[in-house]
Design a protein around this ligand. Structure first.
Ligand SMILES: Nc1ncnc2c1ncn2[C@@H]1O[C@H](COP(=O)(O)OP(=O)(O)OP(=O)(O)O)[C@@H](O)[C@H]1O
Length: 266
């Protein structure tokens, strides 16, 4: 399977001179599940914007699906969820926001309605569909924004911190929708506790906006020294079992930790 996104030497400096990402070369293959982690201000959102073709990098190129460097030509195949839900919700009702993507893609009205109904039900938005988006709570807005990106079933999801404002119940629902997604997933997040649930590969963005590490979820999440050097903390399960179990056996998710303990205690 070929790369869906291939970035070479990506650098982006904002007009005020802040260099947010530096010389990022990365290739993401079809079907891969990648988490991009980094401390606040390291450059994750800027990298997401550059990979999603939403900022013109100062230097470097991004090639999509091994066919074009023009993100607009493949816009309908990229599901880019930005950090601020308000960027998605601009129609009169939540329903119109959710139907906007499928309609833009020329999905039939029937298929669009069905798809929107499914995502809305999964994310508990049924009762909110006829509301204006600005009358939603923070978590509801975030669920609606996630739904609007998932509604059109893009080949590649580029999700910037989709769990920030939602409660534990909806975090699990979003996690399930993301893991059930059949295409490629790239999740940008400063919080490591969900990473192993979503990703099998992890890219660490260092404080200077360059790539500090790129490896398997286990190699990266169990490397406390690497994580600390980049302003991050290992997931709670790793902290809990570090020095007790070998790095190869440390549970990376709460459900794996629980299974391990039940096994040991039983
Ligand atoms: N519009 C902007 N103009 C100037 N500098 C910016 C702008 N947006 C971001 N930056 C700077 O670029 C750097 C990277 O920011 P970015 O938002 O990409 O980081 P991040 O890793 O997503 O952070 P967070 O985890 O806080 O969301 C930071 O130093 C930030 O202050």
């Amino acid at each position: 399977m070929g790369p869906v996104i291939e970035a070479r030497g990506l650098t982006h400096a904002y007009p005020d001179g802040t260099t947010a990402i530096q010389d990022v070369t990365v290739s993401i293959d079809e079907g891969e599940r990648v988490a991009v982690i980094g401390a606040n201000g390291s450059g994750k959102s800027t990298l997401q914007l550059a990979l999603g073709g939403l900022v013109e990098p100062t230097a470097g190129t991004v090639r999509y699906f091994d066919e074009t460097t023009d993100a607009e030509a493949v816009r309908d195949r990229l599901g880019v969820l930005l950090q601020d839900p308000d960027d998605y919700l601009f129609n009169t009702t939540v329903r119109e926001d959710l139907e906007y993507g499928p309609a833009q893609l020329g999905m039939s009205r029937e298929a669009a309605t069905q798809r929107v109904a499914h995502v809305a039900a999964e994310l508990g938005l049924d009762a909110l569909l006829d509301r204006p988006p600005f009358r939603l709570s923070g978590g509801e807005k975030q669920r609606a924004a996630v739904a609007s990106v998932l509604a059109f079933e893009p080949d590649v999801l580029l999700l910037d911190e989709p769990f920030g404002a939602v409660d534990a119940h909806y975090r699990d629902r979003i996690l399930k929708l993301v893991t059930d997604h059949e295409g490629t997933v790239v999740l940008f997040t400063p919080s490591l506790d969900v990473v192993a649930d979503v990703a099998d590969r992890v890219i660490v963005v260092g404080p200077d906006g360059s790539i500090a590490a790129d490896g398997s979820v286990r190699d990266v999440l169990t490397d406390s020294t690497l994580l600390q050097a980049n302003g991050l903390r290992p997931p709670a399960t790793v902290t809990l079992f570090e020095g007790i179990l070998d790095a190869d056996d440390v549970p990376l998710t709460v459900s794996d930790a629980r299974a391990y303990l039940l096994d040991e205690l039983g």
